[in-house]
Design a protein around this ligand. Structure first.
Ligand SMILES: [Zn+2]
Length: 415
């Protein structure tokens, strides 16, 4: 398709930018370690703003540290058509999770700009702050705060392991980008599309290039605090022990037994398990652990999640247990119109596509509450993600960016 109304993106530049970004936090194993709003992540934001500057794109930051790179449209009254994702990574994460969604969006916007195409709506590339969550909880903080799902004050007060607050990191980001304007939380968007590596193997198995994401599974997360009593490991007989580790592992085993299904659709994970005080000769008096349960069916999710507390209480033995339901997110379906647009755009360019259900969490979840949203997946080598070996192919990344460019042009002139 060579149609001047739909210019081709610059795939070489797009790949080079992946390589440039991968230097910020490069690990010996070929991955990236760039936690949210560390100096390295702030450098990533600065690099984007340097790329934006020659085009005269405006950069702005909102109070939770989301970054917006904007190309103005011809009708200033219209909200932007946006695309983007996140620049932060997991500890020793990969080179594509998050950044691919940002760079494909930016490349699309830049292509449209260089082709001199005027759009009615403004276009935006968005970097949502703290999507991953290992440094600050909750994950998807920026998009959640933008969509009003989490209160700003509590999010700014969130502390990392060293007692540094998100608020102070957002200030550091603002200082690093002195020319950035300010943006209101929740300012309207007309549409949002997010490109992401699949983090699964469906596309690799089918050989298709584009996954048209149909919806996302829901999840419930819990924090469990088990309290027993610290005691001498040499002198305390079993009968007198209130061993929080024993109670917590009994809970974990019972939960694992209950939270599994024949079809292997349900996901149950204990991702954090902390034994305190942590002395080799001390019977531990406290254990804190987390539970993450995911399922595509809202009723199943509700019912299974409701069993967590009774199971923990039943298995507590001589210890006390407190179960806190941190968050419940229902499954969601993306609007049919957005899915059709992605499918049609892929078809016009000759990229094979398929519908695909999303089993991970992404910023598009929260933004879908504000405006019509959609997601595009591209193949992810062996489904490996949150890992230094994470890999996506340059031509698949280019295909996704091309679809974004074509869709931005249509969306920004039609609606
Ligand atoms: Zn991601």
């Amino acid at each position: 398709m060579s149609n001047p109304a739909y210019p081709g993106i610059n795939s070489k530049r797009l790949w080079q930018r992946h390589l440039d970004m991968a230097k910020l936090g490069a690990t010996a194993g070929g991955g990236v370690h760039r936690l949210a709003l560390t100096q390295l992540d702030i450098e990533a934001h600065k690099l984007l703003s340097e790329w934006a500057s020659p085009h005269g794109f405006n950069v702005s930051l909102d109070p939770i540290g989301n970054m917006f790179i904007r190309r103005e449209g011809s009708d200033p009254s219209l909200p932007p058509i946006a695309s983007g994702s996140h620049t932060d990574t997991q500890p020793n994460g990969g080179r594509f999770d998050g950044i691919t969604g940002v760079l494909t969006a930016f490349e699309a916007m830049e292509t449209i700009h260089e082709a001199g195409i005027e759009t009615r709506h403004p276009l935006e590339t968005i970097v949502w702050n703290n999507e991953e969550g290992p440094r600050f909880l909750p994950s998807c903080m920026g998009s959640a705060a933008y969509a009003g799902a989490e209160p700003l004050k509590a999010m700014l007060a969130s502390e990392d392991g060293d007692g540094i607050t998100m608020g102070s990191c957002v200030d550091a980001l603002k200082n690093a980008l002195p020319h950035a304007g300010s943006r209101e939380l929740g300012a309207p968007l007309s549409a949002f599309i997010e490109v992401h590596i699949e983090q699964g193997t469906e596309l690799e198995a089918s050989g298709n290039t584009i996954g048209v994401v149909t919806g996302m599974q829901g999840y419930r997360r819990f924090a469990v605090a088990v309290t027993g009593e610290d005691a001498h490991s040499g002198t305390t007989p079993r009968a007198r022990r209130k061993d929080a580790f024993v109670a917590a592992t009994d809970m974990a085993r019972a939960l694992r037994e209950k939270l599994k299904d024949e079809e292997d659709v349900l996901r149950f994970t204990i991702g954090r398990f902390e034994v305190l005080p942590g002395g080799i000769t001390v019977v531990p008096g406290r254990v804190n652990f987390t539970i993450d349960i995911r399922h595509p069916d809202a009723d199943v999710l509700l019912e299974l999640g409701d069993q967590v507390e009774p199971i923990c209480k039943r298995e507590a033995g001589p210890c006390e247990v407190a179960v806190n339901n941190l968050i419940t997110q229902d499954p969601l379906e993306f609007p049919a119109g957005m899915k059709q647009r992605i499918t049609a755009a892929a078809q016009r360019r000759g990229y094979s596509s398929q519908p695909i259900f999303c089993c991970a969490g992404h910023d598009a979840r929260h933004i879908s509450k504000l405006c019509p949203a959609g997601m595009i997946f591209i193949p992810c080598w062996k489904g490996i993600s949150h890992n230094e070996a994470e890999r996506a192919e340059p031509e698949d990344i280019a295909a996704a960016s091309q679809i974004i460019a074509d869709m931005l042009i249509d969306l920004a002139n039609e609606t």
